[in-house]
Write a protein that binds this ligand. Structure first.
Ligand code: ADP
Ligand code: MG
Length: 664
């Protein structure tokens, strides 16, 4: 039988009653296969001997003699304390909370085998987290547990389990010991699974048999068995992943129809109207996109490029390809703010070319909504820009040819899947400023081609990043004041909208008043955060960009709503207070709001005492590099891949052993 076919319920295992079974379900363990694939998160090497005197280096693992029994407390709280001495003469107390039975199983004078974590408490060396068992031996000069290193790692009869023990991820009410017993029983009962990989592959890659690998991952004989077993199991997982991706690619190519290359005239007309030339990378990427759009099967492409590298323009040109070919295009972005900005830019750049535009979000209500949906369905709209509302119920397209997802890492997997359902298999272009390694991209998105913009538009100066400790922000404000006086603009970003009872953090509302009234009384500022009405946000953004009906704003106080995509080229200062509260990708995105013109720009990261280890790493990484790709790598190291893709699943495939980064 193959492991994944082992559907037997865990209740078949001895000791797994209904209560325990329900607890195991909380860990996602339902079947025999689940349990066998429940990988230990760590191992405890009990073949390493450690005397009581070495307690600070790790768990103690040695032989000892019981000296006396002691009792403390009264009534039901009466607790046994067993005094022991190891063969080096070090004494310690075993505090036996709720383990009165030890009075009999560890009698005075007995030799015991001991494993436990010890601590100095109240001037005594003691432990309440220990395992001990009576053994049949004599004090030795070395105190070596005799059963520790028999061949095969088998513990001698009557001794504590020795060798390398698995340490499992647990849930409330399922202690480590129970987990170990259950996996041991599961191995005995179901462990003889068949190999799944072709013999040739197994030989070529020097892989273990599957049954062997599963056994060793749970019960390694030596520490070195663990990586060996993991390699086999990870290889198999990635082998299946590759097959799944290959199959998906075949499906996509299935029913291919001849598609002529998209006409380029509209896109070229746009380029002619621009005040600048495309960068070489933008050209290359566009050629790749055009080739995909003219190939017989739909495009599935990820466009990676650092913040400010000019992805929006590429998106618009791709949309023009689709439109010139007689289709419709949809551009989906994660926030309404960004959707509006893109719609404004599109109106400026594309409407003169005769492109019929629309903006759609959940906030577009009747009476505007109905005619808009009708126009989309009849093909009277060429390009629609909006939030995920673009792919909600009731939104239909006449001939959706291209879907562009901006800042795609912000969208959930399901939303991404919903896209495909709208058109007759539209071309899909996903854009991201948070590059991820290829394996990870494959795991998260399946079969994708990747294009990368590496160079920035000419004339950009790298943003200068300064760190400032909280308390010194006056100096930061002073610097910003000079920039504002020179006609530049500044962002101030805070982790909270308003006062929080739980967190002692500066918030956007209070800081807006403070900055406006006290710090920059001579300049006009605006406030923007997620709880304000859309109309207000829109007006404030327009005023900050200098495009509003009101007089322009010099500074904008915000939460991370300005994180993605916002493009106001004459803003030169980004001040992020409580920088330690933001993730690395967010910090990089925020910094990307400045440095969008030939003007020298600055980013100030103001950090407070509650920096923490990860916070420090993030802030330092920001200071040290401006390269989004390097930052994404650091982010991956700090956070791990699962959190970044928002999923550790790859379709129906579960990556329990393979590491999408380490196993590249
Ligand atoms: P992102 O890749 O972060 O989405 P944007 O598309 O917002 O970047 O572009 C950042 C800025 O660079 C915009 O103001 C845009 O007009 C400008 N830009 C784009 N391409 C070029 C180019 N080839 N030369 C000069 N400026 C450009
Ligand atoms: Mg962008």
């Amino acid at each position: 039988m193959f492991l994944r076919e082992l559907a037997s319920p865990l209740s078949e295992l001895k000791g797994a009653g209904p209560v325990l079974v329900r607890k195991l379900e909380r860990l996602g363990l339902f079947s025999a296969a689940d349990l066998l694939l429940h990988a230990p998160r760590d191992y405890e090497d009990r073949s390493v001997k450690r005397m009581l005197g070495e307690f600070s280096q790790g768990p103690v693992n040695c032989r000892a003699t019981v000296l006396t029994h002691d009792w403390f407390g009264y009534g039901r709280m009466r607790t046994l304390k067993i005094w022991i001495e190891d063969d080096e003469g070090t004494r310690a107390g075993l505090v036996c909370f709720n383990r009165r039975f030890l009075e009999r199983s560890l009698p005075v004078g007995a030799r015991i085998s001991l494993f436990g974590r010890f601590d100095y408490r109240f001037g005594e060396l003691q432990s309440s987290a220990f395992e001990a068992e009576q053994v049949d031996d004599l004090p030795s000069a070395t105190g070596l547990p005799t059963g520790a290193t028999t061949p095969g790692g088998q513990a001698a009869a009557g001794c504590l389990p020795l060798g390398v023990l698995p340490v499992y991820p647990l849930t409330d009410g399922v202690p480590q010991g129970i987990m170990r017993k259950l996996t041991a029983r599961a191995l005995a009962r179901w462990g003889m699974v068949d190999d799944e990989l072709p013999t040739g592959v197994m030989e070529r890659r020097a892989l273990l048999h599957k049954a062997e690998a599963i056994r060793l991952i749970h019960r390694p004989e030596r520490p070195a068995d663990v990586p060996e077993a993991r390699r086999t199991l990870a290889y198999e997982e990635l082998f299946y992943l590759q097959i799944m991706i290959g199959r998906r690619a075949m499906d996509r190519r299935d029913g291919a129809s001849d598609r002529p290359p998209p006409p380029k005239d509209l896109a070229l007309a746009l380029v002619e109207r621009l005040p600048f030339a495309l960068t070489a990378d933008q050209e290359t990427v566009l050629a790749e996109i055009a080739a995909d759009m003219g190939s017989p099967w739909p495009m599935a492409r990820l466009l990676q490029g650092d913040v400010g590298s000019g992805k929006t323009l590429v998106a618009f040109m791709a949309a023009l390809y689709a439109i010139a070919a007689g289709g419709q295009a949809a551009l989906m972005v994660p926030t309404e703010l960004l959707a509006r900005q893109h719609a404004d830019t599109a109106a400026r750049l594309l409407e003169p070319l005769g492109v019929r535009l629309a903006f759609l979000s959940g906030n577009v209500a009747e009476p505007a909504r109905k005619p808009l949906l009708a126009a989309l369905a009849s093909g009277d709209i060429d390009l629609v820009i909006g939030t995920h509302a673009l792919f909600s119920e009731g939104v239909n397209y006449k001939s959706l040819r291209l879907v562009i997802v901006d800042e795609q890492h912000r969208f959930g997997v399901l939303q991404r899947l919903a896209i495909g359902a709208k058109g007759r298999r539209p071309d899909v272009l996903m854009m991201s400023a948070t590059p991820i390694p290829r394996t990870l991209a494959l795991t998260a998105y399946g079969d994708l081609s990747v294009s990368t913009i590496r160079t920035m538009p000419p004339g950009r100066k790298p943003v200068i990043t300064h760190l400032a400790k909280q308390g010194n922000e006056e100096r930061v404000y002073e610097f910003v004041r000079k920039e504002l006086a020179a006609g530049r603009k500044a962002y101030f970003v805070y982790p909270l909208v308003d006062r929080s009872d739980k967190l002692e953090l500066k918030n956007a509302e209070a800081m807006f008043r403070h900055l406006q009234d006290t710090v920059f009384p001579g300049f006009k500022g605006g406030l923007i955060h997620s709880r304000l009405p859309e109309e207000d946000k829109k007006a404030t953004m327009a005023a900050f960009a200098g495009k509003g009906d009101t007089s322009p704003l010099s500074f904008l106080v915000a939460t991370s709503v300005v994180e993605v995509g916002v493009d106001v080229p004459d803003a030169t200062c980004m001040v992020i207070e409580h920088a330690e509260r933001f993730g690395l990708a967010a910090l990089h995105q925020l910094r990307g709001r400045v440095g969008r013109s030939p003007l020298q720009s600055y980013c100030f990261l103001v950090w407070s005492d509650k920096l923490g280890e990860d916070g420090k790493k993030r802030v330092m990484a920001m200071k040290d590099t401006s390269d989004g790709f390097a930052i994404a790598e650091t982010d991956l190291l700090i956070r791990g891949p699962g959190e970044i893709t928002g999923t550790t699943q790859a379709g129906a495939l579960r990556l329990a052993f393979a590491d999408a980064v380490g196993d590249t």
